[in-house]
Design a binder for this molecule. Structure first.
Ligand code: CAA
Length: 257
């Protein structure tokens, strides 16, 4: 499919999605969010896609936030709609997708940009990356799940500090805080994401999907994550991938999923 604001390409089991508005530092306007929604649904429905790598075009920004120019004139209702719809069609969608996603943070990841990276299952950052939730400096708060996901990733105290000071973390600080898993040079960023993806590709996509669902359940209000794990564990036993995985182990060969 052709898009105006993003690039999406599937190669060797990986769907590369690049937010492509470099002149606006890849800021997320409504059209970009709609295209990301379509690209993620397409990747998640494509059996050949085993991992999604999300990054920003050029070397300056991953995503510098929601597009401020677009919501500058909004009122309460429009503001609420922006947050609700955005969370639903992009951020929750990505977090709950069956296909694992890696944010390759290649520069500024601010506001909605950091929120997008946090909705991915894994984050890696290049050493020039800067991450923050600067919304309070604009008189607004994070609206794409940032207050919730940041606190669950780095803990409530650190999230409060980052949000109330509107400060930015360097890549190494973000790693120390547990916000990103790995830091590398810009040149190494996509190869490092591909290395993680290639390790995922060896494993059962069915089991990965159930593991994602179970981990997410533990962070969902009113849902007992242990119960979800028990039920998802049980349902693995009625799948061909479970038969293949265990048979391959017994036959001392690599499983073919
Ligand atoms: N929305 C719209 N346009 C943006 C943008 C954003 N979030 N971030 C950058 N841009 C645009 C700039 O307006 C500028 O466009 P023009 O050339 O047409 O003026 C272009 O990108 C380049 O940006 P700068 O000239 O500002 O570049 P810089 O190197 O001087 O500064 C920066 C870089 C520190 C990232 C700065 O651009 C900045 O502070 N951006 C805004 C970051 C921000 O506040 N993000 C949070 C947005 S609110 C949000 O995300 C709410 C939510 O949770 C739903």
């Amino acid at each position: 499919m052709n898009y105006d604001n993003i690039l999406s390409e599937v190669k060797e089991g990986i769907c590369y999605i690049t937010i492509n508005r470099p002149k606006q530092l890849n800021a997320l306007n409504g059209a970009t969010i709609t295209e990301l929604n379509k690209a993620i649904i397409a990747a998640d429905n494509d059996k050949l896609v085993r991992c999604i790598i999300l990054t920003g075009a050029d070397t300056k920004a991953f995503v510098a936030g929601a597009d401020i120019k677009e919501f500058a004139e909004f009122d309460k209702k429009l503001g609420e709609n922006l947050a609700r719809k955005g969370q639903e069609v992009l951020f929750d969608l990505l977090e709950n997708a069956s296909t694992p996603s890696i944010a390759a943070v290649n520069g500024f990841a601010l506001g909605g940009g950091l929120e997008l990276a946090m909705a991915c299952h894994i984050r890696i950052a290049s050493d020039n990356a800067k991450m923050g939730l600067p919304e309070v400096s604009l008189g607004v708060i994070p609206g794409y799940g940032g207050t919730q996901r940041l606190a669950s990733l780095v803990g409530k105290g650190k999230a409060m500090e980052m949000i109330t000071t509107a400060g930015m973390l360097s890549a190494t600080e973000a790693k120390d805080w547990g916000l990103v898993n790995h830091v590398c040079t810009q040149e190494e960023l996509i190869p490092m994401a591909e290395k993680l993806a290639s390790r995922m590709k060896r494993n059962s996509p069915m089991a990965i999907a159930k593991a994602i669902k179970s981990v997410n359940a533990g962070f969902t209000d009113g849902v007992n994550g242990f119960e979800v794990e028990i039920s998802e564990f049980g349902s693995c036993f009625e799948t061909l991938e479970f038969v293949e995985g265990t048979t391959a182990f017994m036959e001392k060969r690599k499983a073919k999923f």
